[in-house]
Design a protein around this ligand. Structure first.
Ligand code: DON
Length: 321
C-alpha cells in the first residue's frame, strides 16, 4: 500500500473524496425505513431493523467504514458464493456442475424447482447452495467440514472479523421444512453425488448461513473476490483466479435471487444478498463493498442495500477513478 501510495499508483487515488461520496450516499439512504426484517426464522426477526453499516476495502488495502461497523450479523445467503468457490477449488468446474446448473432460475430463492437436467438451477439459490454444501469435503467429519469452511472465511476476511451464531443455527434448523423439502426433492431426482448424507449436508448449510461477520470483514471478502482471489489484507491466495471468475459470473447473473436481472441491468456489478440484510458488492480490479441493513423488500434483498448499490453505480463509472 505504501509503495503504491508513494508512486501514485493507488487503485482509488483520491480515496478521501471517494469516502466523502460514500458517506453522502450512506446519509441519503439511511432515511429510508421501507421493508421488513425477515421473520420466517425467529432469531432473524430479532435483528435491529434500523441497523446500518457500509464498509469499503480496496484491492490495495485502503479501507473505510461507516455506521454500525462493529456489529456482527449473520451472513445467510452471502455464504453461497463462498461455498460454491470452496467446492470449485476442491473439485473443479466439471465435477461441481455435474450437480448444479449455472443459469438464473427466474424463481424465488427457496422455490421447489429444478432445471431440465433435474439439477438445482444455480449455486446462489437454496437448492444449489445445499448441493454445494454436499460437495464440500463429504469424506470428512462434520467438525472438519465446518472447520474447512471457517478457515476459508478467516482467510477471506481476516480472522477477527468472523464468528458463529449458534442460536441462529438452531433456529434455522428448527424452521427448515422448505430446505428439507428441497433436499429430498433433489435426492428423488438423483441430483446428489452417491452416498450423500442429507442430514449432514443440511446441517453444514445451516451452519454456513449462521456464520457472522462485521461489515469491514465482509468488505475484505468482497475485495478478495475483486482481487482475483488474493486477500488484500494478507496477500494470501484463497481461491484460484478461475474459481473467482466463475463465482463472480454467477453472482452477476444470479446473486440477487429474482431481482438478479434487474440488478444486473441497473447496477451491473457482481453482488450477493442474504435475508439478514447482508449485501456484498464486488468491483473487479478496484474494491469490495459491504452493506448491512436488515429491512428487506418482497424478494428478500436489503432495501437500503439495493438503493445504495443503485446510487453507487449512478455516481461512479469505475473506469476513471
Ligand atoms: O432459509 C434459508 O435457507 C436461509 N437461512 C438462507 C437464506 C437467504 O439468505 C436467502 N435469502 N434471501
Amino acid at each position: 500500500l505504501l509503495s503504491r501510495a508513494l508512486t501514485g499508483n493507488l487503485v482509488i487515488p483520491d480515496f478521501t473524496a471517494f469516502c466523502a461520496e460514500i458517506t453522502r450516499m450512506f446519509d441519503a439512504v439511511r432515511d429510508c425505513r421501507d421493508g421488513e426484517v425477515a421473520a420466517y426464522i425467529p432469531q432473524l426477526a430479532r435483528a435491529d431493523a434500523d441497523g446500518f453499516a457500509v464498509a469499503v476495502r480496496t484491492i490495495d488495502g485502503q479501507r473505510f467504514a461507516i455506521g454500525d461497523t462493529a456489529t456482527r450479523y449473520c451472513v445467510q445467503s452471502t455464504c453461497k458464493p463462498i461455498n460454491y468457490a470452496i467446492a470449485l477449488d476442491r473439485l473443479g468446474v466439471d465435477a461441481v456442475h455435474r450437480h448444479v446448473g449455472r443459469e438464473p432460475s427466474g424463481h424465488s430463492f427457496n422455490a421447489i424447482t429444478l432445471n431440465a437436467a433435474g439439477l438445482p438451477h444455480n449455486p446462489m439459490i437454496n437448492a444449489g447452495a445445499i448441493m454445494c454444501a454436499s460437495l464440500i469435503a463429504p469424506e470428512q467429519s462434520a467438525a472438519d467440514r465446518f472447520d474447512t469452511v471457517m478457515q476459508t472465511w478467516g482467510a477471506l476476511a481476516g480472522e477477527g472479523a468472523v464468528g458463529f451464531d449458534n442460536a441462529v443455527f438452531l433456529s434455522e434448523r428448527d424452521t427448515a421444512d422448505r430446505n428439507f423439502a428441497l433436499a429430498y426433492f433433489m435426492r428423488e431426482n438423483g441430483a446428489f453425488p452417491d452416498g450423500t448424507d442429507l442430514k449432514a449436508t443440511l446441517d453444514l448449510y445451516f451452519q454456513c448461513c449462521s456464520i457472522t461477520v462485521d461489515a469491514p470483514g465482509m468488505a475484505t471478502i468482497a475485495a478478495t473476490f475483486a482481487n482475483g482471489g488474493v486477500c488484500p489484507l494478507s496477500n494470501d491466495r484463497v481461491f484460484t483466479s478461475d474459481t473467482t471468475k466463475n463465482c463472480l459470473s454467477l453472482m452477476a447473473s444470479c446473486g440477487l435471487y429474482d431481482f438478479s436481472g434487474e440488478f444486473a441491468f441497473t447496477v451491473g456489478l457482481p453482488a450477493k444478498s442474504g435475508v439478514s440484510g447482508a449485501l456484498f458488492i464486488t468491483i473487479p480490479g478496484v474494491c469490495g463493498i459491504a452493506v448491512w441493513s436488515p429491512r428487506l423488500d418482497a424478494l428478500g434483498n436489503s432495501v437500503r442495500g439495493v438503493e445504495f448499490a443503485r446510487r453507487l453505480a449512478g455516481r461512479f463509472a469505475f473506469d476513471g477513478l
